[in-house]
Ligand binder design. Structure first.
Ligand code: UDX
Length: 443
């Protein structure tokens, strides 16, 4: 089985490396020459645990290769995965499909130039609105006869930071095909996972495309629900972690994705909820619950800065705030739509000085935040600061030396937007501790 993986972004690299670990030959394609040169030299452009090792092994075995020559990779391939970016289109929130369509054009032209070439399945892995597979099919049809290709949808459910584990032990794989021929090829692609008892679920293409958005919108809703319950807990003196446990034990609800926090971020939830909202409006079937979720989540990020102001008695002008953790979640260097971006901006707008620390995200953060002092150690970050705020629950921030942190700070104030510490212990250690959805405590 020969695979062409178009796009060496997050999804393309992880998926390609994992397919190679099944023994398939994977040619990874990208238009970015410097990225391909660096990958060829053994570099890994993103932070993802285990990815470097997989790519190294695949390259040594001759199963992984990198190229900017899409045509060469397509000619050799039985299956072509399209894993290019689908960013939010500026202005209207729709997914921008320019890269997907450009890849389809080039695949079509390459196949047309090789009239004796065999049958190939083009699999759209990028997150795309319902009906995109039909459009890809129309593009290919302009170049090649229908019997030479099928178009499938195979949405991605990987979580950053746990992507390789998620690929190897998925809750499910969703495959959308409109013909038996494509289904047989996809069954061969996913046979190694089927043998490991992973459920591979087949449906039609449009349903698979929509399933991805529905999954992400549902999870975003679950998080936003518990975030608003957290606000109510704060107002009433209840404890959101116990509420989450209490409802999560109901198997119909389930315990996951019920951690209250500063709002969801990342490359998927904000973008995909927006795209679903737009698609639903276009089809005259608006999903009002998701519209509300997206707007509640946006407002929440800035509201977190107000929590800091309140913890400091109502004024932060001239104060120094230590922001601990910047990425949208731990184990990634990804800063896309990270709550920290809005929180830091709001703190600065209100006149505070911001000092920030993150174990992996500072390089990206530097490009996205202005007027912030970046520090490579959490205790230096807290030095003489009026308060510290935990925004991302990195392991190093879960296991801080609390005595050292306290002696570094000017005031022993810790605002914990990820509920990492226990209020009783924090009070005993002399902190003013302000968690999420649980009562604040004073020494
Ligand atoms: C998500 C989906 O989980 C994945 O299936 C999809 O393919 C891509 O989008 P990812 O963006 O990597 O994955 O991160 P995820 O772990 O889902 O977290 C997303 C955001 O939600 C983060 O900002 C995280 O901090 C937040 N979150 C998550 C919460 O605030 N509370 C929770 O209980 C869970």
């Amino acid at each position: 089985m020969k695979i062409a993986m178009i796009g060496c972004g997050y999804v393309g690299l992880v998926t390609g490396a994992c397919f190679a670990s099944f023994g398939f030959s994977v040619a990874s394609v990208d238009t970015d020459e410097s990225k391909i040169a660096s990958l060829k030299a053994g570099g890994v452009p993103i932070y993802e645990p285990g990815l470097g090792e997989l790519l190294e092994r695949g390259t040594k075995l001759g199963l992984v290769s990198f190229t900017t020559d899409l045509a060469e990779a397509v000619r050799a391939a039985d299956v072509i995965f399209v894993a290019v970016g689908t960013p939010s289109r500026r202005g209207d929130g729709h997914a921008d499909l320019a890269y997907v369509f450009a890849a389809a054009e080039e695949i079509g032209r390459t196949m047309a130039a090789e009239p004796e070439g065999g049958y190939k399945v083009v699999v759209v892995k990028s997150t795309v609105p319902v009906g995109t597979g039909d459009e890809v099919e129309r593009i290919l049809a302009r170049h090649v006869p229908a019997e030479r290709y099928s178009v499938a949808s195979n949405p991605e459910f990987l979580r950053e930071g746990a992507a390789i584990e998620d690929f190897k032990r998925p809750d499910r794989v969703v495959v959308g095909v409109n013909d038996e021929r494509a289904k047989e090829v996809m069954a061969r692609v996913y046979r190694p996972l089927s043998l490991n008892q992973a459920p591979v679920f087949y449906t039609d293409r449009r349903t698979a495309e929509l399933t991805k958005y529905a999954a992400n919108a549902f999870l975003a809703t679950k998080i936003t629900f518990i975030n608003e319950i957290a606000d109510l807990c704060e107002a009433t003196g209840a404890n959101v972690q116990d509420v989450a446990r209490g409802i999560g034990l109901d198997r119909r609800i389930g315990p996951k994705f019920l951690n209250a926090g500063p709002g969801y971020g990342g490359s998927c939830f904000p973008k995909d909820t927006q795209a679903l909202i737009k698609t639903a409006q276009d089809f005259g079937a608006p999903i009002r619950i998701v519209e509300t979720v997206a707007s509640v989540n946006d407002q929440r990020k800035r509201a977190m800065a107000k929590k800091v102001v309140k913890a400091l008695g109502g004024e932060i002008r001239g104060a120094t705030i230590a922001v601990l953790g910047l990425t949208f979640k731990p184990n990634t260097d990804d800063m896309r739509d990270a709550p920290s971006l809005a929180i830091v901006q709001a703190l600065k707008d209100m006149g505070a000085e911001v000092r920030a620390y993150d174990p992996e995200g500072m390089e990206n953060a530097r490009r996205m935040m202005e007027g912030v002092d970046f520090v490579t150690d959490p205790y230096d970050c807290a030095k003489d600061a009026d308060a510290a705020v935990i925004v991302t629950e990195w392991d190093v921030l879960r296991a801080l030396d609390l005595n050292l942190l306290k002696s570094s700070l000017k005031n022993p104030v810790l605002i914990d937007l990820r509920n990492v510490y226990e209020p009783g212990e924090m009070a005993a250690r002399g902190y003013r501790y302000v968690p999420i959805g649980r009562p604040s405590v004073e020494a």
